[in-house]
Every structure is written in structure tokens, then in C-alpha cells.
Design a protein around this ligand. Structure first.
Ligand SMILES: Cc1cc2nc3c(=O)[nH]c(=O)nc-3n(C[C@H](O)[C@H](O)[C@H](O)COP(=O)(O)OP(=O)(O)OC[C@H]3O[C@@H](n4cnc5c(N)ncnc54)[C@H](O)[C@@H]3O)c2cc1C
Length: 566
């Protein structure tokens, strides 16, 4: 039987403190495409282990299989198999033709059609399923027992894990776990904790789920119910106390329902010491997806540092991902450029319009835009999928600003680092206990004249390596085609050296098409056809060079000195 690291809303594993997320399946399958998209992004772009909820409501088997195939091809391995609630406007769940009647059918189908690929989670109800709870607010013993036996059937059919409905009576949850164990349910049972964020929401949710509210909670909330901040603070306190009691009973995993409001969930985890604000460090300089296919990947070219989604989509078809060494890059089989790499979420589109679609009279206006982005005055850049600058860029942003106004239009950079502690908040990665290193790196567009001046100057600077290419592919460099330059590496106890970021000519040539295309697709396209600003951008696109510059002297070098008299 497969076991996958998984959960729902936000889950923390204790004591190893691993986190994962789940994405809800909208009532009646109403948000199927959106849920599939969100789950994919969570797994592969946000890079948290993701479990997608899947319900039977309005879902013929073909649709269920479409959803399962989609998440499988995106490397998602965890599913919360549910019957689902009736769609809006209906009281009772109705099995549709060609669909399933209950979660048990869905679990059986997933196991028979997909073997052990998926880790399957099912829902458990410490107070009994709401359908079985009577007007007095409790389920009869008979229906509680038959619910338990049915839960066992779901586990026997292949479920690996149970996540419970929300509850506020911790003793009732602990009794439920005990009752499950008595009838031979041995899989982990994860408590569903819903932090109280506001009073009305709490009443609505507990009313809908028919959740028992212990008298002491009602008494604590009653005097503060109109004070939103006090309710939130109480919700965090109560959630933390419930979790402490549950953890003290040997239960090692928590599930926090966030309902898109994560602050209280994070506060509870901080309160429990399961996360530490100052020590949330990167495992690699870039975010490695938790996707099963890429789990071993630990080396990437630096060029896509600000476009991780594009990098993922262009390498999704690789059979193997580089590990330890970049390897032979003479024939990198990157996926072709497509519209996909240039699509932006609506909010990003709006920001780019606001910040970048302004009249441009001369190249100096273009230089100004790049400078302002480096100084943090703009949040968006056509060359970045990220929101604002990376923390390490802030170390050099003043110097970046200065070279941008000179016409070296930077789109990627990193400062030199010579043995900083690996838990440094700005340049650290890989967890505590190690030391990290990196060579200063700059990537920019510049005019051919400026490139000539730069190349002349670099002849006297043996530590500088560069590659430059224009849109047509004219190439200038002082490195060989097969050279691979490790520009970030780390030394950790009991590990080989890790070198997660490299600069190599073959990948640079692939990247340059994307980098040049961004001028027209992401920036010039913000202006109407024939607009003079648009024309100016297209001229820059067709005449400038893209330059990648490494200062290999990471101990004494000063990459910005190269630009002093240019
Ligand atoms: C953690 C969690 C996440 C959820 N996420 C979502 C979501 O994303 N989208 C959404 O729409 N809803 C979600 N729900 C709500 C859930 O869909 C509803 O509670 C639904 O009414 C029941 O789903 P189920 O999977 O528990 O159903 P089932 O396991 O099929 O059970 C439903 C009820 O029917 C009874 N039953 C069914 N078949 C039998 C049988 N053969 N013999 C005896 N009794 C039977 C069960 O005992 C139980 O009382 C979630 C619930 C939980 C606890």
C-alpha cells in the first residue's frame, strides 16, 4: 500500500515539521478546472506537497479519470477521496448516471485503476456524519457505530490516511481515535483543526457541519464576539491548546483548515514551536518542486532564476533531472517556446500595465524603468514572474541602479558570497550547519557599442568570463561552448559539495530567445500597434546584446568596478 506525504488545507508533520497543502474541490465539482490548476501550481510552482480533494458529486467516471490523469501527469500523488455534498439548491446527494454513490466507490476505483500511485486520504467524522446528527445535535449510537464501520471499509479498500471533520471538543476526537483503533483501523488519523477567525464565520461553519460547541468556548466567545481582534487571538490560543493536547496523546500530524486565511494557522504553528519565523530557509537557492519526477533535481542554469514557471514548463519532458553535476549540456532538450511561457495571471498583467506601459521617448526612459525596478520602486518586471526583488538582490540594488542608468539593463544578478552561514536570511539555503558560496553574476542587455567597451575592458581582467549574444544569434564570449561554470555552491556536514546553480553556453543560447521575446511579448505588446514607445522597444530588442557576466574571483573581486568608466 502506498504512503505519500500528504494532507489538507495546511498540514504540519511533527516532529519533523514538514508542511503540505490541500486544495478543495468546489461543491458539486463547480470549480474542477480551477482546482486542477491550483493543485498543479501548488505542487510545481509554490512547491509544497499537495493533496487534491476530489468528490463524486456530478462526476461521471470519465471526468473523475480526467482529473486523476491530469494530477498524475503533473506529479501530484495525493488525493482526498470524498463523496461530496449535494450541489447548491439540493438537499440530498444523488448518484448521477455513470458516477459513484459514495467515497468508498471512489477509493476502490482509484486503487483498481491506478494501483499504488496515489496516496489516498478519506474523511472521518468524530461526531458522526452531519446527515446522521439529529435535531438534538448528536448522532445516535447506532448511526455513529455504522459510520465507523463504513470508515473501516474505506480504509480496507485502500485509504492510507483519515482527516477528520472540524471539531472543538478535543475529548470527543480522542474518543473517536480510540473507537477507530478498537475496530481495527490502524492508519494515521489526522485531526481537522479550524482556527476561529471571526465569530459569525464560526457560527456559520459549526451550524453547517452540526459541530458541537463546548460550553466553555461559548462562554469565552460571548463577551468578545463583537471584537474581531480579540476573537482571532482567542482562536489562536484555543487552536494551540487543542493541538498541544492532541500532540500529547501521541498524534503526530495536524491538519489546519485555513479557508484561504492562513495567518491564524501560521500563528498556531509558531505558538506550538513547529515553525520558527527566523529559520524558514530555502532548501536550494531556487525552489525545488516536490513533484515526484523532479525530486532528485538539484542543479539548474541561473538564467531562469526569475522565471521558475517557464523553466519548469520548458523542462517538463525531461526523463532525468540534473543532480550533483549539470552534466553534458551540448544538447539540452528544452521545450520550444510557446504562448504558455508568456501567459500572466490577471493581477500581474494589471501591475505590468500600471508600472511599465508608460510613454517612452528615448532609451533613457527605458533605462529609468530598469533602474527603478532594481531600487524596489516597481514591484513588477516583464522579465520576472516573481513579486519584487529576491532578498539577495537588495544587497547590491544601489550598484545595480547605477549601471542601469548607464544602459546596462539588468535582468538577473547575484552578489559574491564567500562562506556565509547557510541559515543567513538573505543568501542562505540548505538549512543550518553549512556554509554557502557564490560568484558575482550579472545578466543584462546593452548596446553593441557598450558591449565592445566592456569586452575591451575585460581583456585586462582574467577573472571575468562573459557570453554575449544578440537576437540574431551573433555570439561573443571568452568561454568554450562546453564550459560549465558553477556559480553557487554549498558545503554541509556529511554531504558532498552541492552546486545548485550553473552558467553554461548551451542553456544560455536557449534562454536568449525567451529573454529577447519578452521585449515584444511582455512589454511592447502593452502598447497599441504603431505606437512610438512600442517601436522604440522593438528597436532595442533587435539591436541590443544579452550579456552574461561572471566574476570568478568570489573572494576579492568587484564586478561593478568593471563598469566604472563605461
Ligand atoms: C477533511 C474534509 C475535506 C472535505 N473537502 C471537501 C471538498 O473539497 N469539497 C466538497 O464538496 N466537500 C468536502 N468535504 C465535505 C464532504 O464532501 C461531505 O461531508 C460529504 O457529505 C460526505 O463526504 P464523505 O467523503 O465523507 O462521504 P462518504 O464517505 O461516502 O460518507 C457519507 C455518509 O454516508 C454514509 N455512507 C455512505 N455509504 C455508506 C455505506 N455503503 N454504508 C453505510 N454508510 C454509508 C457514511 O457513513 C457517511 O455518513 C470535506 C469533508 C472533510 C471531512
Amino acid at each position: 500500500m502506498a504512503w505519500r506525504t500528504c494532507s489538507s488545507g495546511w498540514t504540519a508533520w511533527w516532529p519533523t515539521t514538514r508542511h503540505s497543502a490541500t486544495s478543495r474541490w468546489g461543491a458539486g465539482g463547480s470549480t474542477a478546472d480551477l482546482t486542477l490548476d491550483i493543485a498543479n501550481r501548488m505542487q510545481n510552482t509554490i512547491c509544497v506537497e499537495t493533496m487534491m480533494h476530489l468528490t463524486c458529486t456530478n462526476m461521471p467516471v470519465e471526468k473523475i479519470d480526467h482529473a486523476l490523469q491530469t494530477i498524475k501527469s503533473n506529479g501530484i500523488q495525493n488525493v482526498l477521496a470524498l463523496r461530496g455534498d449535494p450541489p447548491h439548491g439540493q438537499d440530498k446527494f444523488v448518484q448521477i448516471q455513470g458516477g459513484f454513490a459514495c467515497a468508498l466507490d471512489l477509493v476502490k476505483h482509484i486503487r483498481s485503476a491506478y494501483g499504488d500511485y496515489f496516496g489516498i486520504t478519506v474523511a472521518g467524522y468524530p461526531e458522526g456524519h452531519p446527515d446522521t446528527i439529529g435535531p438534538d445535535g448528536v448522532a445516535s449510537n447506532e448511526s455513529y457505530q455504522s459510520d465507523l464501520l463504513y470508515l473501516k471499509k474505506k480504509v480496507d479498500a485502500g485509504a492510507d490516511l483519515i482527516i477528520t471533520q472540524l471539531f472543538y471538543d478535543t475529548d470527543m476526537f480522542l474518543k473517536f481515535v480510540n473507537d477507530c483503533r478498537q475496530i481495527g483501523i490502524t492508519c494515521p488519523i489526522v485531526p481537522g483543526i479550524m482556527p476561529i477567525n471571526n465569530y459569525k464565520g464560526f457560527l456559520r461553519m459549526t451550524g453547517f457541519c452540526k459541530t458541537k460547541i463546548p460550553a466553555e468556548i461559548t462562554a469565552a466567545l460571548e463577551p468578545i464576539k463583537d471584537n474581531e481582534e480579540a476573537v482571532k487571538a482567542y482562536g489562536i490560543h484555543l487552536g494551540a491548546e487543542m493541538c498541544k493536547k492532541i500532540l500529547a496523546h501521541g498524534i503526530k500530524t495536524l491538519h489546519l483548515y485555513t479557508l484561504n486565511m492562513e495567518k491564524s494557522a501560521l500563528a498556531i504553528l509558531l505558538n506550538l514551536g513547529l515553525i520558527e519565523e527566523s529559520k524558514i530557509s530555502r532548501s536550494l537557492p531556487w525552489r525545488p518542486p516536490t513533484n515526484v519526477f523532479r525530486v532528485k533535481e538539484d542543479v539548474r542554469p541561473i538564467f531562469w532564476a526569475n522565471r521558475p514557471k517557464s523553466y519548469l514548463s520548458r523542462t517538463v519532458g525531461w526523463d532525468q533531472y540534473p543532480r550533483g553535476r549539470w552534466g553534458d549540456s551540448r544538447n539540452p532538450s528544452y521545450g520550444a517556446l510557446s504562448d504558455h511561457q508568456f501567459m500572466r495571471p490577471r493581477s500581474r498583467d494589471k501591475k505590468l500595465h500600471e508600472e511599465w506601459a508608460v510613454p517612452l521617448k528615448s532609451v533613457e526612459d527605458i533605462y529609468e524603468k530598469f533602474k527603478n525596478y532594481c531600487l524596489g520602486k516597481l514591484r513588477s518586471s516583464p522579465w520576472s514572474e516573481l513579486d519584487g526583488l529576491q532578498p539577495e538582490t537588495k544587497i547590491i540594488n544601489e550598484q545595480l541602479g547605477k549601471i542601469n542608468v548607464k544602459g546596462f539593463l539588468t535582468i538577473n544578478s547575484q552578489p559574491a558570497v564567500n562562506g556565509e552561514r547557510s541559515d543567513s536570511s538573505s543568501v542562505g539555503w540548505g538549512g543550518p550547519g553549512g556554509y554557502v558560496y557564490q560568484k558575482a553574476y550579472l545578466e543584462f542587455f546593452c548596446s553593441p557599442e557598450k558591449l565592445t567597451a566592456l569586452v575591451d575592458k575585460s581583456k585586462a581582467l582574467p577573472f571575468i568570463t562573459f557570453m554575449a549574444v544578440n537576437k540574431e544569434g551573433n555570439w561573443k564570449a571568452n568561454v568554450n561552448q562546453t564550459d560549465v561554470n558553477a556559480v553557487t555552491w554549498g558545503v554541509f556536514p556529511a554531504k558532498e559539495i552541492i552546486q545548485p546553480t550553473v552558467v553554461d553556453p548551451a542553456s544560455f543560447k536557449v534562454w536568449k530567445d525567451e529573454a529577447f521575446e519578452i521585449w515584444s511579448r511582455s512589454w511592447a505588446s502593452l502598447y497599441p500597434e504603431g505606437d512610438s514607445s512600442r517601436k522604440l522597444l522593438e528597436e532595442v530588442q533587435s539591436s541590443y546584446y544579452l550579456v552574461s557576466l561572471v566574476d570568478n574571483d568570489y573572494i576579492n573581486g568587484d564586478l561593478f568596478a568593471v563598469f566604472a568608466d563605461l
